[in-house]
Each structure stands twice: as C-alpha cells, then as structure tokens.
Design a protein around this ligand. Sequence first.
Ligand SMILES: NC(=O)C1=CN([C@@H]2O[C@H](COP(=O)(O)OP(=O)(O)OC[C@H]3O[C@@H](n4cnc5c(N)ncnc54)[C@H](OP(=O)(O)O)[C@@H]3O)[C@@H](O)[C@H]2O)C=CC1
Ligand SMILES: N[C@@H](CC=O)C(=O)O
Length: 382
Amino acid sequence: MASIPLLLMGCGGVGRQLLRHVISCRPLHSQQGVRLRVVGVCDSKSMVAISDVLTSEFRDDFLLQLCEIKSNGSSLLDLTKTGECQVYSGEEIGRKVIDVATALRSSSGLALIDCSASSETIGLLSQVINLDGCVVLANKKPLTSPLEYYDKLVSQPRRLRHESTVGAGLPVIATINRMLSSGDPINRIIGSLSGTLGYVMSEVEGGRPFSEVVTSAKKLGFTEPDPRDDLSGMDVARKALILARLLGHRIELDSIKVESLYPEKMGPANMPLDEFLAKGLPLLDEAIQKRIESAVSNGNVLRYVCLIEESRCGVGLQEVSKDSALGRLQGSDNVVEIYSRCYSKQPLVIQGAGAGNDTTAVGVLADILDIQDIFRHSPSAA
Ligand SMILES: NC(=O)C1=CN([C@@H]2O[C@H](COP(=O)(O)OP(=O)(O)OC[C@H]3O[C@@H](n4cnc5c(N)ncnc54)[C@H](OP(=O)(O)O)[C@@H]3O)[C@@H](O)[C@H]2O)C=CC1
Ligand SMILES: N[C@@H](CC=O)C(=O)O
C-alpha cells in the first residue's frame, strides 16, 4: 500500500475540486493500493492540520465541510469549532508546513500540493523538496520565478509534477518530457494556451459583448483569481516560459513579448478588481469587437497565440485562418502543436479543454498518483 500524506495550499475552485475528487476516488484508489491522506489544508490566511501527521488524516466529512465553508466565503477558522484540527495563521503557517515535512521525512515524506495563485510559495516548496518531500503544482508562479529559484525547485525532477500548469488536465508537460528524454529535440511549439482567451475570442466572434463573456469565464472557473492576469497575456506568458524552460531556454519572464488586451491605467496597480469588473471591462467592449470583426471581414479569426521557436518566445493576438487548428478552436479548448525531429512536417497535436476547476483538479490528482512509487518504496509503506 502506498500511503501519501497530502498538504494542500489553496482551497479555491481548483483546491476544493481536488479534495472532492480525492474523496470520490477512494474506492478506485483502494483497488490500486493507494491511500491519499489529507493532513493539512491552508488558504491565504490560515492553515488547519491534523495533530498526528504520521498516522492520522482528516475524515472525509471534515474535508467536505471545509469545502462548503470555503465555498460560502467563510474562514477556515470556523473549523476550530469541530475540535478536529489545529489551526495556524500568519507566519506560523510556513513553520508548520516545514514541521510536517520534517516529521514525515524519515517515513514517507510529504506531498505538498500548491493550488494557490501565490508567488510567495516558492521558498516553502523548495524546502519541502530538500526535506525529501514531493511537490505538485497547479500554480504557475513558482515555475516562472527567476532562474535562481526555479533551478532549486526543479533540482529533483522525480519529486516534482506540474502537468496542470499548462493546458490544465491536458498531457502537455508529460508529452514534452517523453519526447525530450527519448532524444527527439523540439524546435517549435505554437498554440493557444488560454482557456479564458479562447472562450472570449470565440464567444465575442459569436456576437456576445466582451465584458459579458469575461464575467461568464470568471463564473465558469476559467480565469485566474484576477482575470486581468489572463487579459494582460501574463498567464499565457507564464505557460510559454514553463514550456520554453523545459526546452532548455534559460530565459526570464520579462524577456517574453506580451500583448495586453487592456491599457495600463486599468491594471492592478491603478484600479481595484471590483472597479475593473464593473466599470473597466465595458469600456473595452467596442475596441475588442472591432478587432474581431476586422479579422472576420478578412475571412480569418482572432486567436491569442503562443510561439516558442529557437530563441524567440512571444504571446499575442494574431489573425489566423478559420481552417487552421488554431482557427477551429472553440470555447475554452487549448491546442498545442509540437514540431520536432520526428514530427517535422506534421506536428504532434494536443487539444482539449484547457481550463476549468474540474479538468485542472483531475490533472493535479493524476500527478499525485504519478509519484505514488516514491511513497510505496518508503520504509513505512506496508
Ligand atoms: N482554474 C483553472 O482552469 C486553472 C487554474 N490553474 C491554477 O490553479 C491555481 C488555483 O486557481 P483557482 O482555484 O481558480 O484560484 P482561487 O482564487 O479560486 O483559489 C486560490 C486559493 O489559494 C489561496 N491562497 C492565496 N494565497 C495563498 C498562499 N500564500 N498560501 C496558501 N494559499 C493561498 C486562496 O486563499 P483565500 O481562499 O484565503 O483567498 C484560495 O483558497 C492558480 O494558480 C491557477 O493559475 C491552473 C490551470 C487551470
Ligand atoms: N486562467 C487560465 C486557467 C488555466 O491555466 C486559462 O484561462 O487558461
């Protein structure tokens, strides 16, 4: 039996869906000889942890209650009433995560799952790797931090999985890793890597106002916590950087050319999110619609494209033919075309839903199961 102790950072849309999946897959995992033991969960302010991380785990009804509390916008602190957990806040959180990883080091090791959208988790993630733990990421920010930190995080590739950082549940990272490790060098990747921007382009093409479509994309769980991360192109740039670094490009985020769909005066430094959603977005409707109509009048469509080729890496809007793989995309689907020595004339193509809490959580869960052997071979795994 592989017993994997999980500590989840971030219990928003993706994190909660992951907890629900862990619970609903119990019978399947039991057949496979795997037990996922949730020993701690944290959000931006608090952390709940089980008192004995070596042998205990949160009960499923406690985890479902946690999901409900967070869905209602309440605080994890409300769970103290149950008497089932210890609660930590502020700087205690980081210390407790390291305590848990240290306590588990000589038995199975900890699996730290980052479903936050924070740029501040990188230090903890690297420390957990150093404590012989594993890290699974939906959060792209740790992998797009400066190379100095990135190198530490990826120093033990067997202990790191991050499939959901690019294309949500689509097998983009695994495919690229398989190609590279089998000596099939990749020379070009072109694709549409934003579920939000894909959905926005195809829905506005169909006649809906841009502001209304962005609001729906947020409700559907496609956008980042602040949709300006998507609309600025930065979320796609992060995915491009993750792929470029996998290909061996030693580049930083600020070297990627990015095209934003809103002006700087509407950016997070100048406008609160609520104001952007209520007042900023509608001001963009006309300009985006005109751009899309102009593409359509040329017999084309507009897509937000990511290109990585030789030393070039850029993301931005492009007019593409309606009949191309990019042009045929609809809704939140992503497409990634990979050109390599083996796939030189016709690319290897990966396509499907590229955003959404469900598909992303499934990708994270698959990553956790992918590292089960590390836990199976530990001295405590019976
Ligand atoms: N949705 C999607 O389709 C996809 C999402 N992702 C990635 O998954 C991640 C989560 O997205 P989503 O669930 O939609 O985002 P949400 O905003 O719904 O949830 C984010 C969660 O992270 C918590 N959080 C914030 N800062 C920290 C921190 N420093 N430590 C621990 N927890 C923290 C938040 O706390 P609080 O509740 O207190 O605000 C919240 O619970 C993002 O990085 C996103 O890029 C990746 C692929 C696809
Ligand atoms: N906000 C992202 C979610 C997945 O990474 C997107 O829209 O693609």
